[in-house]
Design a protein around this ligand. Sequence first.
Ligand SMILES: Cc1cc2nc3c(=O)[nH]c(=O)nc-3n(C[C@H](O)[C@H](O)[C@H](O)COP(=O)(O)OP(=O)(O)OC[C@H]3O[C@@H](n4cnc5c(N)ncnc54)[C@H](O)[C@@H]3O)c2cc1C
Length: 381
Amino acid sequence: MRVVVVGAGLGGVAAAVGLHRLGHEVTLFERGAELREAGTGIVVMPNGLRALDALGLAEDVRGHVMRVTHGGLRDWRGRPLLVTDMARARQEIGAPAMIERAELHRSLRAPLPSELVRTATPVERLEPGPTGVTVISEGNPVVRADAVIVADGIGSTLRAQLFPAHPGLRRTGRMDLRGMLPRPPGLDPDLLAGQLVDRRSGAMFGLFPVGEDRLYWFTDSALHGTPPDADEARRQMLSLMADWHPLVTTLIEATPPAAVYVDPIACLAEPLPSFAVGRIALLGDAAHAMSPDLGQGASQAFEDAAALCRHLGNAEPVDVAERLLRYDTERRPRANHMMRAASRQSRLTSRTGIAAWLRDTLLRAVPSRLATRQLAALWNA
Ligand SMILES: Cc1cc2nc3c(=O)[nH]c(=O)nc-3n(C[C@H](O)[C@H](O)[C@H](O)COP(=O)(O)OP(=O)(O)OC[C@H]3O[C@@H](n4cnc5c(N)ncnc54)[C@H](O)[C@@H]3O)c2cc1C
């Protein structure tokens, strides 16, 4: 069967590899001039690792599984609010992997023969017909496919064409800053794999180890007006977090400005009515762009890719529309649940004033065992 994947991000590449390994004739279209993933680090949650296992792509990534013993939420000075027992979670459900984005992308795309990839080819439009879909790039038909997987990311133009009545993206009013740096000696290990929240400003700082010798940090804070550039955002964050646990500003200051990324956060304004339209399916951020608060965006894209491969495994061209409906039935409830849960988490950590004081009081009362169980439930596919 001839399958086109549009978009060579983490989700599109994983799907293209899986479908190619099933024996389908795959072409992966990417608008960028080369295959690459920019940015800092990324967490792949245990459910994402299981999806990569199903695609035969987890081996390298599992080498980056985190060995931390505790996670959870702390206040801005580093005092525990909600403690999760990561050692127990690791035993019961597995641990997340923390990996550099570029390395993850390289490892996922390695099995894909280069002749299946067409870079510098933006897909403008899809024209569905009774027996296939014509893919249009720069005004010309480039290929006719039995199935098309739309993986063109959060700003998906194809999603807007497939669902013209959908409102598209919604800015959450938050901004994230991310950076990576060598791990300083003598670092307080209790702060690793945890998040610090500040009920005064509603800002958040998170920290993860990347292997033995590097650290990945991220912040989340209110965005007022237009997004600042990385330098200005870094300055704002250093001022906002000046009286936080001293490690916070030390790490932000020690990160070279060129290694700092700033993102205004957006998510789908509403869930899509379907992840499948005839012979076309949507995957990853194109289908369910969510705020990054649960670190689930890529893991959900990997679950999509694994499900697509299951449903299209032995499919003939005539079966495609029905198989993609099954994909929609399987994936949409779970991915939309994650999208809603991520928005709830964002609201929880960004609270200020009395609501945040109440949150902190309640969180302190939650037993670690219960917090760990809730985390495990989230990671359970
Ligand atoms: C600040 C931040 C932190 C995050 N942290 C995490 C985390 O720790 N863990 C996690 O799981 N997720 C995280 N996410 C989310 C995660 O990055 C995304 O969910 C994931 O990268 C989506 O992958 P994708 O393949 O769907 O889309 P993308 O990675 O956006 O890929 C889309 C691809 O399609 C290409 N493209 C676009 N339009 C076209 C076209 N018309 N024709 C051809 N090609 C096209 C683009 O060039 C791109 O290569 C985070 C997100 C943000 C913003």
